[in-house]
Design a protein. Structure first.
Length: 133
């Protein structure tokens, strides 16, 4: 039994909750999903800006601005595991496989950044305990 027994929740919502495996949004999971969503939005924003600016310069031959170069570099960094995995798996063009890789890439970044922040927070906490003792 998943737990939430409110009479407000309809049968379909209870079925959906059960189908999702009774996953409750814990604080770490909310943080990981939040960071992943931000990563997804920033990486696509940088990609679309980079693509648009490079297409705009295609016929003119103008040099890329610093911001355009920064966006292009951000795409290279933020898409690192995705591009590598897509090349290994021979994923080409827009399709469900590419979208799944992008979502997995953002989730990977979310987990990694959450783990890094947890480790750094623990190290700083231990330092405070040692200096205060």
């Amino acid at each position: 039994e998943c737990g939430h027994k409110s009479s407000v929740i309809g049968g379909w919502l209870r079925s959906l909750t059960f189908a999702l495996g009774c996953v409750y949004m814990t604080k770490p999971l909310r943080n990981i999903i939040g960071v992943s969503a931000v990563h997804f939005a920033v990486s696509f924003g940088a990609f679309w800006h980079s693509l648009g600016s490079s297409l705009g310069r295609f016929d003119t031959g103008l040099e890329a601005s610093r911001f355009d170069k920064a966006c292009s570099g951000a795409v290279d960094v933020l898409w690192f595991p995705f591009v590598w995995a897509g090349g290994l798996l021979h994923v080409q063009g827009p399709g469900i496989a590419e979208w799944l890789l992008m979502i997995a890439n953002s989730l990977l970044w979310g987990v990694a950044l959450y783990g890094l922040s947890a480790v750094l927070g623990r190290v700083l906490h231990l330092r405070q305990l040692r200096s205060g003792a």
